[in-house]
Design a protein around this ligand. Structure first.
Ligand code: HEM
Length: 361
């Protein structure tokens, strides 16, 4: 198999990109200020509701040349902290299905980092969602749907639940009619157990000499058995958090981290995150394991540390893992704005952990 080599030219700046980024960030910030006012506490502008935060290790084996890139160049073991979440930028009842997030922060990674104010930090973050693509894959598309997302967010909860149910049944039908509505697709997900899901970077990152999308899939039997399991959320507003906490009281979990390397820039584009990279074009190849022991995933100290002090950001990265494409470029300012506001309003220090011991038990 021949893999496309990374070079800066694989990224192509989009027309009106800078203005569109400004508009997206200011619309998101306005929504975030509203959420702050509702809660009198600042929450993330996306993935506000956590379902548990766990510590573990990233185990990197000896890999063949094409996979031994960037952080994965040499075998080794790094501590990680992982935050599970639901996608909306507000705290919603779990009976409203939404994609879930798995944010992984690898600690103790040497080398200069991408963001100017993060150069000497020791962290490499990988942010993943339980969908293989981002339905609005360019800043232009993202801006178009943002208004609809905001409207949906403001609707009463019963309305949101109904819309999600309709979306599950109807997005395929609408697709047959040629109506492609990314909003319906993204909210039309089943309410699956978070720990049985496969999580994806959705858009591309640099993978050393190559380009890849990464994903994490259940590996150990305890989490594999949860694949596709729908969680009963009736009358349980935090059913997902409860399920995660109950699981880690007794069990550990292992996930396979995989890289899908780009083999064709036309069929596997970098500049449009809404295009699925077909497995026939390039398989998901194992690169490491995430190993998580049993623990208390939601102690008060850990909840506060994870929600109010930590910031996960795909740009907390080595240059070898630079996020790629316009949908990744908008994230530079979007994450900074959300995190700065959150820390400022909650009067919390903005620190990047340098040692796993900083994560409270
Ligand atoms: C392209 C694929 C994307 C993935 C896989 C992704 C994934 C995630 C995840 C997992 C989190 C939660 C992090 C945590 O637990 O702290 C998050 C947070 C966030 N995302 Fe994304 N996201 C994507 C795209 C975007 C885009 C396009 C935007 C904005 C235009 C965005 C804005 C945000 C913001 C503002 C936060 C909260 C940051 C903070 O306050 O610390 N994301 N994202």
């Amino acid at each position: 198999m021949t893999y496309v080599k990374y070079s800066p030219e694989v990224e192509v700046k989009q027309p009106h990109e800078d203005e569109q980024i400004e508009q997206i960030v200011s619309l998101m910030h306005a929504a975030n200020v509203k959420a702050f006012d509702r809660h009198r506490h600042a929450v993330r502008d996306a993935h506000a509701k956590q379902h548990g935060t766990v510590v573990g290790t990233l185990e990197i084996p000896e890999l063949p040349e094409h996979l031994a890139q960037g952080l994965f160049a040499k075998p080794g073991s790094y501590p990680v902290v992982i935050r599970f979440s639901s996608a909306p930028g507000d705290i919603k009842d779990d009976s409203i299905p939404s994609p879930h997030g798995m944010a992984v922060k690898v600690i103790g990674v040497p080398g200069k980092k991408l963001l100017p104010d993060q150069q000497d930090e020791l962290t490499q973050d990988f942010l993943m969602v339980s969908m293989p693509i981002i339905p609005f894959g360019t800043v232009e598309q993202y801006l178009k749907v943002q208004g609809i997302v905001a409207m949906q967010d403001e609707a009463p909860e019963e309305g949101q639940r109904a819309l999600a149910a309709v979306a599950r049944g109807s997005s395929k039908v609408l697709g047959l009619l040629g109506i492609h509505n990314p909003l319906l697709e993204s909210i039309g997900v089943e309410n699956e157990h978070v720990l049985g899901q496969t999580f994806h970077t959705m858009a591309a990152i640099r993978y050393g000499d190559y380009i890849a999308k990464l994903s994490a899939a259940p590996l150990s039997p305890e989490v594999k058995v949860l694949e596709g399991q729908v969680v009963d959320t009736a009358g349980k507003p935090s059913a997902h958090r409860d399920a995660v906490v109950d699981f880690f009281k007794e069990h550990g979990a292992e996930y396979q981290l995989r890289a899908q390397l780009c083999t064709d820039l036309q069929k596997m584009p970098v500049e449009d995150g809404s295009v699925l990279w077909e497995e026939e074009l390039s398989p998901h190849q194992p690169i490491a394991r995430l190993v998580i022991p049993p623990q208390d995933a939601y102690s008060p100290a850990r909840r506060v540390f994870s929600d109010d002090q930590l910031s996960f950001n795909p740009w907390h990265a080595l240059p070898e893992h630079q996020p790629l494409g316009s949908i990744m470029r908008v994230r530079v300012k979007a994450y900074e704005t959300s995190s700065a506001f959150r820390h400022q309003m909650n009067v919390q220090p903005r620190t990047e952990p340098r040692d796993i011991g900083e994560v409270p038990a």
